[in-house]
Design a protein around this ligand. Structure first.
Ligand code: SAH
Length: 394
C-alpha cells in the first residue's frame, strides 16, 4: 500500500490543473509513515483521488508523475521514457547525424519530476534530483538502452551534487550500465565537435540548453569581433569561429578556458583569431575599451533561491550595463539568465534598466528560451528557466 497524502480543504485546485508539485502547506494529513522518496497517492479533502508521486519532507511534499491511479513499476517508467524518446524523434532532435548530444529527460517537462537524462553519443548521463528517482536509478538506467533503440550502451549516474543533502543518501557517482573510460569523448552538435567530460565537468558536462542560441549566434557573428563571457567549454566560441573576425573567451575557471581552447582547436586547428582569458567577467568588462561588436553574457544562475532574487536582479543589471556601455556602435548583445526564480519579465526589466542607464539606443532582435529537448510543461511554468535577449546597440 502506498502512503497517502490528503490535502487541506480547498487546496486541490493546483493539482486539478495538473501542476506537478504539492507544497507542504497544502497537506492536511499523511498516512502510511512514508520516508523520503517513497511513492504516495494524493487525495482531496473529500477523499477523491488526485495523483501519484514521490514524497519528500521538504517544502515540496509530493512531486507528481501521474494524475491517474497507477502502479509505478518498470512498465510504467518504460512507457514514460519511451514517450520522452518519441517526442525527441518527432521534434527532430534524436536521430540526427550532425548532433549526438541532447537531453532525453527534462524533469517536469517530461512528466518525470526529479529526473534528468542527457545523451552524449552512446552514453547517457543521469541525475536524480529526488530520493524517489535515486531509489529506482538502477531500473531507470536498465531501461535506457531499450527505449533508445540500442543507442545507449553506458549509463553514468551523476547524482552526488543534485540530491537533497538532508536526505543523507550518500550517493557516489559511477556507471550503472557499461562504462569503460568513455569520459572525454568527442560529441557533435550541428556538426561542431566538442570534448565533453561528464565525470569532471559542470552539470552533466555540457550546456546542452544553449544549442539553439549558439546556432542563432552563428547567423550574426560574421566578420564581428566577438567576446564570449562565461564561456565554459567554449560552446558559443566554436560557433562564432565559423565566421567571426576574432573570438575571445572569458571564464574565471582556468580548467574551463583550457577546454574552450581545446574545442576551438578541435574544429579550427591553431587559429590565431581565438584567445581565452581565465579571469573574472566583471573586472574584464570594467577594464576593457570598446573593442567588441558582439558580446555574449551567459552567467551561472545568480539566484538559486527566491531569497536571493533582488541581489540577482542587481547582478544582471550591473553586468548588462557594463556590456552595453562597452559595446561598439552597431553591436549585438546576446544575454541570458538561467535562474529559475528570475522570471522573463524580471530579466527583461533588469536588462532594459541597464540599457536605459547607459543612454544607448537599444532594439530587441530576439527573445529566446529553451530548445525543444528542454520542454516547458504548460501546467508548470517554473520549468521555463532559460531566458535570452538579443539586442542591437546603436
Ligand atoms: N556559456 C556556457 C555556459 C556558461 S556556465 C556554454 O554555453 O557552455 C557559467 C560559467 O561561468 C562557468 O563556466 C563558470 O566557471 C563561469 N563563471 C562563474 N562566475 C564567473 C565570473 N565571475 N567571471 C567569469 N566566469 C565566471
Amino acid at each position: 500500500m502506498p502512503a497517502t497524502v490528503t490535502l487541506k480543504k480547498g487546496k486541490e485546485q493546483s493539482v486539478r490543473r495538473f501542476h506537478p508539485w504539492v507544497f507542504s502547506g497544502a497537506v492536511g494529513s499523511v498516512r502510511g509513515n512514508p520516508t523520503e522518496g517513497d511513492v504516495a497517492e494524493v487525495y482531496a479533502s473529500d477523499g477523491t483521488f488526485l495523483a501519484t508521486g514521490h514524497w519528500a519532507p521538504g517544502s515540496i511534499a509530493v512531486r507528481i508523475f501521474s494524475f491517474e491511479k497507477t502502479n509505478p513499476d518498470r512498465d510504467f517508467f518504460r512507457k514514460r521514457l519511451a514517450e520522452a524518446m518519441q517526442y525527441r524523434v518527432r521534434a527532430g532532435i534524436a536521430g540526427r547525424l550532425d548532433t549526438s548530444v541532447w537531453r532525453l529527460v527534462h524533469g517536469e517537462g517530461d512528466g518525470l519530476p526529479g529526473l534528468v537524462v542527457d545523451i552524449y553519443g552512446n552514453v547517457a548521463v543521469m541525475q536524480a534530483h529526488t530520493a524517489g528517482f535515486w531509489h529506482i536509478r538502477e531500473m531507470i538506467a536498465g531501461l535506457l538502452p531499450e527505449v533508445t533503440g540500442g543507442l545507449v550502451t553506458a549509463v553514468y549516474d551523476k547524482s552526488e551534487g543534485t540530491l537533497p543533502f538532508m536526505a543523507k543518501l550518500n550517493p557516489s557517482n559511477g556507471y550503472l550500465v557499461g562504462g569503460n573510460g568513455e569520459a572525454g569523448t568527442v560529441v557533435t552538435e550541428n556538426g561542431f565537435k566538442f570534448r565533453v567530460d561528464w565525470e569532471k565537468g559542470q552539470k552533466t558536462g555540457f550546456f546542452i540548453d544553449q544549442r539553439d542560441s549558439r546556432s542563432l549566434l552563428a547567423r550574426y557573428s560574421n566578420g564581428r569581433r566577438v567576446l564570449n563571457m562565461f564561456g565554459y567549454t567554449g560552446g558559443f566560441s566554436v560557433y562564432a569561429m565559423s565566421n567571426a573576425a576574432l573570438v575571445h573567451t572569458v571564464d574565471s575557471s582556468a580548467a574551463a578556458t583550457a577546454l574552450a581552447d581545446e574545442n576551438v582547436k578541435l574544429n579550427f586547428g591553431d587559429d590565431l583569431r581565438h584567445r581565452s582569458f581565465a579571469t573574472d567577467a566583471f573586472s574584464f568588462l570594467s577594464g576593457m575599451e570598446r573593442e567588441y561588436d558582439l558580446i555574449i553574457l551567459d552567467p551561472p544562475a545568480f539566484a538559486k533561491h527566491q531569497t536571493a532574487l533582488n541581489q540577482a536582479l542587481q547582478g544582471y543589471r550591473r553586468l548588462n550595463a557594463l556590456a552595453i556601455q562597452k559595446m561598439r556602435p552597431g553591436g549585438l548583445l546576446f544575454t541570458y539568465s538561467c535562474s529559475q526564480v528570475v522570471s522573463r519579465d524580471d530579466f527583461r526589466r533588469s536588462v532594459f534598466v541597464a540599457a536605459a542607464n547607459t543612454g544607448r539606443n537599444v532594439r530587441i532582435l530576439y527573445q529566446t528560451g529553451q530548445p525543444a529537448d528542454h520542454p516547458v510543461n504548460i501546467y508548470h511554468p517554473e520549468s521555463e528557466y532559460l531566458k535570452g535577449l538579443v539586442l542591437y546597440i546603436e
